[in-house]
Design a protein around this ligand. Structure first.
Ligand SMILES: NC(=O)c1ccc[n+]([C@@H]2O[C@H](COP(=O)([O-])OP(=O)(O)OC[C@H]3O[C@@H](n4cnc5c(N)ncnc54)[C@H](O)[C@@H]3O)[C@@H](O)[C@H]2O)c1
Length: 380
């Protein structure tokens, strides 16, 4: 007998929001201990399936996957588990083909639902697989990294990498539900936490001075993963992403603001041959954008210094290593998809909490990259 899931039997502190899209709206739940509520969610009519398949990576399988499978089986819910080696290197067509064959072997049909349990790699792979397996089967996002909880599990972008570049094959395919259990963040490596925090800071700078203040003022609680504060910052980040996705599901325009810090960030990541983490590269990229904004008098000095101080507190870098030359980074940026008709479209913040997409001349970018590179230190 299905237990109706009401806010009363969800863990205290759980926050809920909806992503309202034309044909495929869905709910996001954020809070502690939500994975243990999954059986109750699945017993609701619109999420029922003939069987469920947990798709996860090797690390998350050990940490949470097997346990989740047992919990589902204990409630009489048929659940299989398939996994692949953890890491970005698995985000390719070989993994998709391997998983598709595993699904066939298990007997997964069009009434099967996939459960993407893991970080952004798992979410992107599972969403892509769900979108093409037997012309599309439903899936649920169960993000376990901060980056996946605040970013990749929402918005329906799925895909895999090619040797020629990241995310070159993919689809837009929305999940039926997102359950972000913030307890899973306690096992994350510090580096992975920082990757997510860089995105949270991005949301704050482009859309929410309130979120920025929470990060500044409750930093110790964030660092200690205090559940009410983490739930709040994840929920605020999700709300910002959901709002942007609702207005621009397929990235026709507005969604580009989510690239704040990513123009120079991607160039730094690529120049470093991905030996610099995504969060660190985005952090340096955000400083480049903020510095342009500051020099254009779109951001006062006090805001710029608060921004750099927050990055410093988090332990995210704000200076580009001198082994990269501005010209080298600019060349990579120009090959990136943010170039339209030969002009570089850049997301610049306006103070803290607002932003715009605008053309920035090459000269201005080169000078700013120069200023942000090397042994620069800010004395506030
Ligand atoms: N679809 C989108 O809109 C979107 C947006 C941003 C990023 N992405 C993609 O997301 C990927 C990066 O996501 P990610 O940083 O989550 O990477 P990831 O999925 O590789 O996870 C990072 C590492 O953390 C481990 N891990 C996951 N959960 C854990 C937990 N709770 N405790 C301990 N370890 C855990 C994983 O096994 C992995 O080793 C990239 O491929 C990127 O392209 C997609």
């Amino acid at each position: 007998m299905a237990t109706p899931l009401t806010p009363q039997n969800l863990p205290l502190e759980t926050q809920t929001l909806a992503v309202q899209l034309k044909d495929h709206s869905y709910q996001i739940y954020i809070g502690p201990d939500l994975l243990s509520c999954l059986p109750s969610f699945l017993e609701q009519r619109h999420l029922q399936a003939s069987r469920y398949v947990i798709v996860t990576d090797s690390t998350v399988e050990t940490l949470y996957g097997s346990n989740l499978q047992d919990q589902l089986e204990d409630r009489g819910i048929k659940a299989e588990l398939v996994s692949f080696p953890a890491g970005e290197a698995s985000k390719n067509m070989e993994t998709i083909l391997y998983l598709a064959k595993e699904l066939l072997r298990i007997g997964a049909d069009r009434k099967t639902m996939l459960l993407a349990l893991g970080g952004g790699v798992t979410g992107d792979i599972t969403g892509f697989l769900a979108s093409i397996y037997m012309r599309g089967i439903p899936f649920i996002q169960l993000p376990t990294t901060l980056l996946a909880q605040v970013d990749s599990s929402i918005g329906g972008k799925t895909g895999v990498d090619l040797p020629e570049g990241k995310n070159l094959l993919g689809t837009f395919y929305q999940p039926k539900l997102v359950l972000a259990d913030i307890n899973t963040l306690s096992t994350l490596l510090e580096q992975e936490l920082k990757n997510g925090l860089a995105e949270v800071i991005k949301y704050a700078v482009i859309r929410s001075s309130r979120l920025f203040r929470i990060l500044e003022q409750q930093w110790d609680e964030v660092l200690a993963l205090k559940s009410d504060v983490i739930t709040t910052i994840v929920a605020m980040s999700c709300a910002i992403k959901a709002d942007i996705v609702e207005q621009d599901e397929k990235e026709a325009g507005l969604r580009r603001v989510l690239n704040f810090g990513h123009t120079a960030g991607h160039a730094i990541e690529a120049a470093a041959d991905y030996t610099i983490s995504h969060g660190e590269a985005v952090s340096m990229g955000m400083v480049v954008a903020a510095r342009i904004a500051f020099k254009r008098q779109q951001m006062v000095f006090e805001e710029f210094s608060r921004f750099v101080r927050l990055l410093e507190k988090v332990g995210l870098p704000y200076v580009i290593p001198s082994r990269f030359t501005p010209q080298q980074l600019l060349t990579i940026m120009k090959h990136d998809k943010k170039v339209q008709d030969g002009e570089l479209h850049y997301v610049l913040n306006k103070g803290i909490g607002d932003c715009e997409v605008t053309v920035v001349p090459e000269e201005e970018i080169l000078t700013t990259l120069e200023e942000c590179t090397g042994s620069l230190s800010y004395n506030f």
